[in-house]
Design a protein around this ligand. Structure first.
Ligand code: RBF
Length: 346
């Protein structure tokens, strides 16, 4: 409903410095009125970049819209409890939208959605289509792994001080799941082999998303076996690898977030997942009624949702110049769609 704002209040608003945009904002979000969003974190926020960025994006969106309520709920690390937890949260009737970020969430949401046919679910970092209650957005992690793998391949094959002659890269994962096995791991090895086809990969599994000591132990034994450059997808447990690489003298390329400052000279490359940007755009689409439920969209470097952080001293000061030149050219080709590859199915 439109109301004319009396001149006096306009003057008062100007005097108090309250932004006038407060009123059009309310009108533009008609379909978002009384929107109550459950931000369902499948783990803990702290230490997991995808979740930190999801929560930050939702919070920033809510700060822009006074009629939107959000609740960031941390479901913890017991995956067996996630469906029941989500079910009882939805049963409370407090929410009209659930947003989460995890490849395993679609199946859970299908089951919860059957019991609550009015509920809508939006999931990033996942691919699922054909269900009218669910919309998903898949990051092209094959692509991010391909360019981080290429950098790892250039480093392992170089004469960098803490490197060795074995052409061996390492990958530490918290657990195995289709996105890891079908996109992230093959992408990383394929990227490294674009730098040198003789490269091999040592892959180990922590068993959970929090045990940094176990990750450090695995990293130590992989270094003994000749690994000099690592990648890691292990949430909070990744800190153990970083510690081991610092102590023993090895290198790390890092997915999704700017982690250079955690170990300058050790973390030599960081990818970037534009999850915060994507989440804000998605929620704006929710208020505009523009979400296509039942559909899945894949986003990567070309679309501006994956990138590499090349302007950080952690990269410019520590990576040998010849490697920077080769890698920067490769990254430009990735963004221009000039590197051809087949995206495996999940
Ligand atoms: N990533 C994290 O950073 N922290 C986590 O706690 C976490 N838990 C996950 C649990 C399951 C069951 C699955 C399938 C993935 C999990 N991920 C987690 C991985 C995350 O969704 C994403 O795939 C990777 O971070 C790569 O972008």
């Amino acid at each position: 409903m439109k109301r004319l704002i009396p001149v006096v209040s306009v003057l008062l608003i100007l005097a108090l410095g309250i932004p006038l945009s407060a009123s059009p904002r309310r009108e533009s979000s008609t379909s978002g009125e009384n929107l109550s969003i459950l931000v369902y974190i499948t783990g803990m926020v702290a230490g997991s970049p995808p979740y930190e960025l999801l929560a930050a994006g939702a919070q920033e969106f809510a700060a822009r819209h006074s009629d939107v309520k959000i609740n960031v709920y941390e479901a913890g690390f017991n995956q067996a409890e996630w469906e029941e937890q989500l079910s009882s949260l939805v049963a409370s009737g407090e929410y009209n939208l659930v947003i989460g970020s995890n490849p395993s969430l679609p199946e859970i949401c299908v089951n919860v959605g059957k019991k609550f046919p009015n509920m809508k679910f939006i999931i990033t970092d996942a691919e699922f289509s054909g269900n009218p209650q669910i919309a998903t957005y898949l990051y092209n992690q094959y692509e991010q792994s391909l360019y981080l793998g290429y950098l790892a391949g250039l480093i392992t094959g170089s004469a960098i001080p803490n490197g060795n002659k074995d052409k061996k890269i390492g990958f530490i994962a918290a657990q195995e799941y289709p996105l890891l096995n079908n996109h992230i791991l093959p992408g990383f090895l394929a990227g490294a082999r674009l730098a040198d086809p003789a490269i091999t990969m040592d892959f180990r599994v922590v068993g959970n998303w929090f045990d940094a000591n176990k990750a450090a132990e695995l990293a130590g034994s992989m270094i003994n076996a000749g690994v000099d450059v690592f990648a890691v997808i292990a949430g909070g447990a990744a800190q153990g690898l970083i510690r081991a690489a610092q102590e023993r003298g090895a290198y790390v390329v890092y997915h999704n977030t700017n982690e250079y400052a955690a170990a300058p000279g050790v973390i030599l490359g960081c990818g970037l997942m534009e999850q915060k940007k994507l989440v804000i755009e998605i929620l704006e689409d929710v208020t505009a009624g523009k979400i296509q439920y039942g559909k899945s969209r894949t986003v990567g470097a070309r679309e501006g949702y994956l990138d590499f952080i090349a302007n950080d001293p952690g990269y410019t000061n520590y990576v040998p110049q010849d490697i920077q030149q080769k890698f920067n050219a490769f990254m430009a080709d990735i963004k221009a769609g000039k590197i051809s590859y087949t995206l495996p199915s999940l």
